[in-house]
Design a binder for this molecule. Structure first.
Ligand code: ATP
Ligand code: MG
Length: 278
């Protein structure tokens, strides 16, 4: 069995009414060490999936397994939350202490980590997100992007095997986004940390090992970034973006330029154009 496994997960927020299903039979496997990008337009169920990955929500029917443990088994909740750290969509909900470093220490303290190791973990996590210089500041004084990075540090300090991030770069400027992305890629490559990244940015999604696209509580398509973004018509039909370079190349194909496959970024597009144009 894969590290995380969702099997026919059905979930509605409101059981009393005939409410539409937020998740409508979602099956998804995530391997250890994989970097998965989860895409889809507003309200398609991405955050609901994220909350199922660490037992914050439990399926109405179907199953979620984390490292072989059923998330519905209450005795396993602690173990599961230790393995899968979730950075929520709105960082204000996640910051609890009045000083940045205390906030980052909160998670490891709850795990019962010895004080000396907590100090090391807090410093490591704050450096990893570029917030070490703000360690003695009050979180409320920080910008949205800075708060987001502190929230990520708080999860990193728990050293989970998998980190799930719900639009962590939504409030960041391009530099901040790049910092967060390179931090995640580094953790993934060097520490084999499993990463599940929910994002609206296609240039981030193309960096993942696998892209999963959701639509109306279901998985629409998934595969490598090349597999997924070459399905331009399908994505457009569901009001989803593709990387700009991919779209440009697709339009050039329509004008007779022959690409072997569609590029995912500007550099690839230029290299392929050089080749076809001689
Ligand atoms: N707490 C809630 N109570 C009731 N309905 C909810 C709640 N949270 C989400 N929903 C509904 O469930 C569906 C899926 O929501 P979800 O937040 O998972 O989507 P999302 O893909 O994360 O959207 P976004 O891109 O806007 O963050 C939507 O129809 C949403 O309105
Ligand atoms: Mg969401």
């Amino acid at each position: 069995m894969d590290f995380i496994s969702l099997e026919n997960v059905v979930f509605s927020y409101n059981e009393e009414f005939e409410s539409p299903r937020a998740l409508d039979s979602v099956s998804l496997d995530i391997k250890k060490g994989e970097f998965v990008a989860l895409l889809g337009h507003n309200g398609c169920g991405k955050s609901t999936v994220a909350k199922h990955l660490n037992a914050m929500l439990l399926p109405d029917s179907g199953k979620v397994f984390v490292d072989g443990d059923d998330t519905a088994d209450e005795e396993k909740t602690y173990e599961i939350r230790k393995k899968v750290g979730l950075v929520l969509q709105n960082p204000d909900n996640q910051l609890v202490a009045s000083i940045v470093e205390e906030d980052v220490a909160f998670g490891p303290e709850n795990l019962g980590i010895p004080p000396k190791e907590i100090r090391e973990r807090v410093d490591y996590a704050l450096k990893a997100v570029g917030m070490y210089d703000f360690r003695e500041d009050a979180p409320y004084k920080l910008s949205g992007g800075q708060k987001q990075r502190v929230a990520i540090a708080g999860v990193l300090a728990m050293m989970p095997e998998c980190i799930v991030l719900d639009e962590p770069t939504a409030m960041l400027d391009p530099n901040g986004r790049e910092e967060v992305m390179s931090t995640l890629l580094k953790l993934n490559k060097e520490k084999n940390m499993t990463v599940v990244l929910i994002t609206h940015y296609m240039d981030e999604a193309v960096l993942a090992d696998r892209v999963v696209v959701m639509d109306s509580g279901k998985i629409l398509t998934q595969g490598t970034p090349y597999d997924v973004f070459s399905q331009i018509e399908l994505l457009k039909k569901h009001r989803l973006d593709v990387p700009q370079a991919t779209e440009l190349a697709y339009k050039l194909c329509g004008c007779g330029v022959k690409f072997d496959k569609l590029p995912l970024n500007a550099e690839e597009c230029v290299a392929m154009l050089r080749e076809v144009l001689g």
